[in-house]
Design a protein around this ligand. Structure first.
Ligand code: KIV
Ligand code: ZN
Length: 457
């Protein structure tokens, strides 16, 4: 039997960008959006166009350049915001206007200073206006989990009647418990007229560390869209982490029998790219994509891993795109291995660009023996920013790179035994997730035989 398909709505570029220290410029947002496209997300919330000219421009350029995913622009429930969002989305193949308005008494009384009646009317009017412009309209009753349930049902019913196609239920302040959140989704399904015509969505914040658990409870209760962000970034403690939600469903289909279109092997590269762009590092013990997520140090664990990786690994590093530590980058490495590692870190290069990276890489490898991912990312940044000083690769006394690499980023010390795992693959491949094609390195044309030879070096 076909499993229900869950729409992955990525809000890294909107809610995620609102987290302290995570702001991105237009070019950076576009680069990340292209990676989200490779990752296979269904919806990219590209920004909040009325918020700033930069946000407007980012939504506009993402809308104009990505053809497959739905591109959403956020708007408060008023004409000016909705019009601005629609203007930014003009070039989109699949535009969505996302309208929001707070519905909890706390927000109505202290923030908006409006009555419930006014709130209901404003939500209805804003959705009606958005619908007159765009067929795909999402509505979010902000602070839904602290809203009086009867009033929430009234608002949701009104916006569906006004033309909303997705109704998102935000746990804006991360207050809900999983059972409670699941029950709220069930209640809406039972009480709201027309709810079967729309997609119900989750949007959970992580203030109590329950964003992923709440989102999964919502899906079990009938939600079919999940709003989430790479590395779980977002307001305050963040949003539900995209990689955790996707892998929970993939590793435990017995509990969560749902499908997503996410290409698992792009999870780690996406995480790395975001960390590199924002310069906000991922905590080492972060599930799925943290530096220690596949590291085994204790003797008993290493022994178990050597005997059978299933003893301590519930998924393979390859299934989420974590580079295999067997592929050590040193002075004997060739362009092929270097290109693969760059790709795993979220960077795809043309031949000529890779040649320059390779040239600097060899000089560096000669000096520090093992080139780690962090070194490579800095080197890539130097090349991208046009830094021609070679300050770190010419043997200068720079302290940027340590004299020798102490540990590998993923010290999977016993990975030689990993072949026993069905999902494992050759170290020079990035394995696809279920039903996904393997990623190949697209450097096979436009070069001479001599270059072909060098390519294999
Ligand atoms: O957390 C929230 O309520 C939001 C809405 C704008 C969807 O981010
Ligand atoms: Zn939010």
């Amino acid at each position: 039997m076909d499993r229900p398909r869950i729409t992955i709505f990525d809000t890294t570029l909107r809610d995620g960008e609102q987290s302290p220290g995570c702001s991105m410029n237009v070019q950076e947002k576009l680069r990340l959006a292209q990676q989200l496209d490779r990752l296979g997300v269904d919806v990219i919330e590209a920004g909040f166009p009325i918020a700033s000219d930069g946000d407007f421009e980012a939504v506009q350029s993402i809308a104009a350049s990505l053809r497959r995913p739905i591109i959403a622009g956020l708007a408060r429930a008023c004409t000016g915001d909705v019009d601005r969002a629609w203007q930014a989305l003009q070039g989109a193949a699949h535009p969505r206007i996302h309208v929001f308005l707070a519905t909890s008494d706390i927000h109505l009384k202290y923030k908006l200073r409006i009555t419930r009646e006014k709130c209901l009317e404003q939500a209805r009017e804003a959705v009606r206006h958005a619908k007159s412009l765009c067929v795909d309209v999402e509505f979010s009753p902000e602070d839904a989990t602290r809203t009086d349930v009867a009033f929430l049902c009234q608002v949701v019913e009104a916006v569906i009647a006004a033309g909303a196609t997705t109704v998102n239920i935000p746990d804006t302040v991360g207050y809900s418990m999983p059972e409670e959140y699941g029950n709220l989704i069930r209640t809406l399904r039972e009480r709201v007229a027309g709810i079967d015509r729309v997609t119900i969505s989750t949007h959970c914040h992580n203030d109590l560390g329950l964003a992923v658990a709440n989102s999964l409870a919502g899906v079990q209760a009938g939600a079919r869209q999940v709003e989430c962000a790479i590395n779980g970034i977002g307001e305050r403690a963040g949003n539900a982490s995209l990689e955790e939600i996707v892998m929970a469903m993939r590793v435990r289909p017995d509990r969560y029998p749902y499908e997503t279109a996410i290409a698992g092997e792009h999870l780690y590269p996406s995480s790395q790219m975001l960390a590199e762009i924002t310069r906000v590092p991922v905590q080492p013990n972060k599930a799925i994509i943290g530096r220690n997520a596949f590291a085994h140090e204790a003797g008993i664990h290493q022994d178990g891993m050597l005997k059978n990786p299933l003893t301590y690994e519930i998924m393979t590093p390859q299934s989420v795109g974590v580079p295999d530590s067997r592929l050590v980058l040193g002075k004997h490495s060739g362009r092929h291995a270097l290109a693969l590692r760059c790709e795993q870190l979220g960077h795809q290069f043309e031949r000529r660009e890779l040649d320059e990276i390779y040239r600097r890489f060899v000089v560096l490898a000669d000096r520090i023996k093992k080139v780690q991912d962090s070194h490579l990312l800095e080197l890539i940044q130097d090349v991208a920013s046009g830094d021609v000083s070679n300050r770190d690769v010419a043997g200068s006394p720079s302290m940027k790179f340590p004299p020798a690499a102490a540990t590998l980023p993923f010290p999977r010390a016993v990975s030689a035994a990993a072949g026993a795992n069905a999902n494992d693959s050759h170290p020079a491949q990035v394995s696809g997730s279920a039903g996904q094609a393997s990623v190949s390195i697209p450097f096979t044309d436009h070069h001479s035989e001599q270059e072909d030879y060098l390519w294999g070096v």
